[in-house]
Design a protein around this ligand. Structure first.
Ligand SMILES: [Zn+2]
Length: 318
């Protein structure tokens, strides 16, 4: 597939533009010692254009549009300063780009060419490696569940980075408490089978035990059965999709790029992200490869910033 030529405005560019406007306009305005335009207390909530109260506050400046813009830009600049400080604490050079609002309507999904299970069965869950969207976003997914690194949950919460987990019971079960904390932080926990087998080598009934067994396991543990299922190694056939459908799976997200502690694997020829790409990393630590989970996340965030992408929540789009 060729790269889309459609012009797509990176959300981060808008934010950076606003910051530049702040710098220019603030120098031309009377400001208090703390840098705020006169007359506004420091502890106001940050301006969010979607927030009706913020819109009303800005509207009150109708007679002085430059001041209103300067005020909004100053607020944005302060918010960015906080995000930058957090990013630097986690070893990043810049703050991750802000994601756009979730789409009002989720894109319609169909199995991508080359990923059909080829047995003619209708209405099976679609198999995808990217989400059809023009938003400059990618989606981070984390597989298996072996390493349970508390730093990961803290890092992602502080940086406000969404991600989705795909759990195999035989690795996750020794401490589901860790994944409860992850779920409480807003992460969706999805199905990656009970024992992480190569499903293509198994009968329908055996596959059903692996896939639907993990649906039940996760529902019992967390109260809801997952909507998303990822086959181990990306290996599946028509029986896998039929079994998954029989126990409530709606989508089978694979991945485009995979990040390791020291290198990347790319599914397509291009070494660049495209809008909607699904990125895979693993719950692994130094006992398995040369880095901890925050090291791998830093690789992903650095590449995303360099290429102008924000990380968005997969379940907001599919
Ligand atoms: Zn796996």
């Amino acid at each position: 597939m060729g790269r889309s030529e459609e012009p797509v405005r990176p959300y981060g560019t808008l934010v950076r533009g606003l910051r530049t406007a702040a710098a220019v306009l603030l120098t031309g305005l009377a400001a208090t010692a703390c840098g705020a335009p006169a007359g506004h207390p420091e502890d106001d909530p940050p301006v969010d254009a979607r927030n009706p109260e913020a819109r009303a506050a800005i509207a009150r400046y109708r007679g002085a549009p430059a001041q209103a813009l300067a005020y909004a830009a100053w607020r944005e600049s302060r918010a960015y300063g906080k995000r930058l400080a957090t990013a630097r604490r986690w070893g990043l050079a810049d703050a991750p780009l802000m994601r756009p609002p979730a789409p009002a309507v989720k894109p319609r999904l169909t199995t991508e060419p080359g990923f059909e299970a080829n047995d003619g069965a209708p209405d099976l869950p679609p198999v995808i490696t990217k989400v059809p969207t023009t938003d400059r976003v990618i989606f981070l997914t984390i597989d298996d569940g072996n390493r349970k690194d508390p730093e990961l949950i803290r890092m992602m919460s502080e940086l406000d980075i969404p991600y989705s987990a795909f759990l195999s019971d035989f690795l996750a079960r020794e401490d589901y408490g860790y994944f409860h904390r992850m779920r409480d932080a807003g992460v969706t926990l999805n199905n990656h089978t009970i024992n992480h087998p190569n499903l293509r080598l198994m009968s329908y009934e055996a596959q059903r035990a692996e896939i639907c067994g993990q649906q039940s396991r996760l529902e019992k543990e967390f109260g809801t059965a997952p909507r998303l299922f990822r086959p181990p190694f990306g290996n599946y056939n028509g029986d896998s999709l039929r079994a998954a459908k029989s126990c409530g799976v709606e989508v089978v997200p694979l991945w485009q790029e995979e990040a390791f502690a020291d290198h990347w694997d790319y599914r397509r020829g291009s070494r660049h992200f495209e809008p909607g790409d699904i990125v895979l990393i693993h719950f692994r630590g130094r006992d398995e490869w040369p880095g901890e989970m925050p090291d791998v996340v830093r690789l992903v965030l650095k590449k995303a910033n360099e290429e102008g992408f924000a990380l968005a929540r997969l379940e907001d789009y599919i």
